[in-house]
Ligand binder design. Sequence first.
Ligand code: KE4
Length: 412
Amino acid sequence: MPGGVSSPVRAFKSVNGQPIVFDRVKGPYAWDVDGNRFIDYVGSWGPAICGHAHPEVITALQGALEKGTSFGAPCELENQLAEMVIDAVPSVEMVRFVNSGTEACMAVLRLMRAFTGRDKVIKFEGCYHGHADMFLVKAGSGVATLGLPDSPGVPRSTTANTLTAPYNDLEAVKELFAENPDAISGVILEPVVGNAGFITPEPGFLEGLRELTKENGALLVFDEVMTGFRISYGGAQARFGVTPDLTTMGKVIGGGLPVGAYGGRAEIMSMVAPAGPMYQAGTLSGNPLAMTAGIKTLELLRQEGTYERLEATTKRLISGILQSAKEAGFSITGSNISAMFGFYLCDGPVRNFEEAKSADAQRFGKLHRAMLERGVYLAPSAFEAGFTSLAHSEDDIDATLKAFSESFASID
Ligand code: KE4
């Protein structure tokens, strides 16, 4: 297995460490094969928002297993999850399930082009939309972590239609539209960036993109694979009150099983085969196991008080992290929105990828190792966000903050 992992960011390369091999997870915890327990703030990169292996999700899956693992035919469950997504996410009138966020983003780009008849797309530096060729341009997450701004194997002809701008820079987007009249199918972005560390949209940025795309006959697409059902039950679009034309989702809606989805205005989604001519398909799309895990997870999330609780837990965590860093004399900037948080070891503010790269990645590596030694598992990269869950207790947060305080005091 290349690098000994199934996904690059797990290799701990950017924190100069050896990956931890997990044996099992439960609630906020992970245990490695040597029996060491960690308080987990990666949560399988987002899906474990209710806590790992939630008993109600496991029970629902056990029931579904008895009826088979994959049908390759329509099933009631996919309609049930589709209705829950449509009811929750403001932009979604129609939805198609796939098996990963990458698939969802690949399909949504094809749909943007099919609907507008235009080939170019605007993405933002540091945003990551999966590993499809046309998105591997100044991407975030593992691409940034491994310093692969343009991966080998991606033809220039493919990325020639991918235009990039700095995040939070409306003027740069305006210029791209002016330089490429009637040629840009749309703008795709993480409405809250979790793949360049944690970068929030400045006031007016999302609203400005909504206006600019409308003025130019282009589509606005929110990649909510990470923010969906995490920033709020309706995603970032509900929280910020900006409705895109199309949305991609993943992670949480699979409840820990492989699921991605793309959806949006029925007028656009009706182009997707077999309703329309735009082809996209998948053997395991909508499979009953993944649908079952997703349905149960959303049922748990839509309960009263869920997001207030996630906000309180995460606010206490990030506030404590900032305080312990400052007490140790470190420069730090950071924040949270609901159950997503991040910090940079620099003065800040961090408004885009260039500023994120100015943070002290070496020192982050030392902090990451010090925290592992104290039983806390942070994302193994300065270019990732952190994730809390409904399972992280007050005691877990206390223990985490104690580990941060000791770790900051122990590194230089
Ligand atoms: P997947 O193909 O990994 O399911 O989704 C791709 C994707 C698309 N869009 C956004 C906003 C995403 O965050 C992701 C995947 N996120 C990374 C974590 N930063 C997945 C972890 C990994 O690559 O191992």
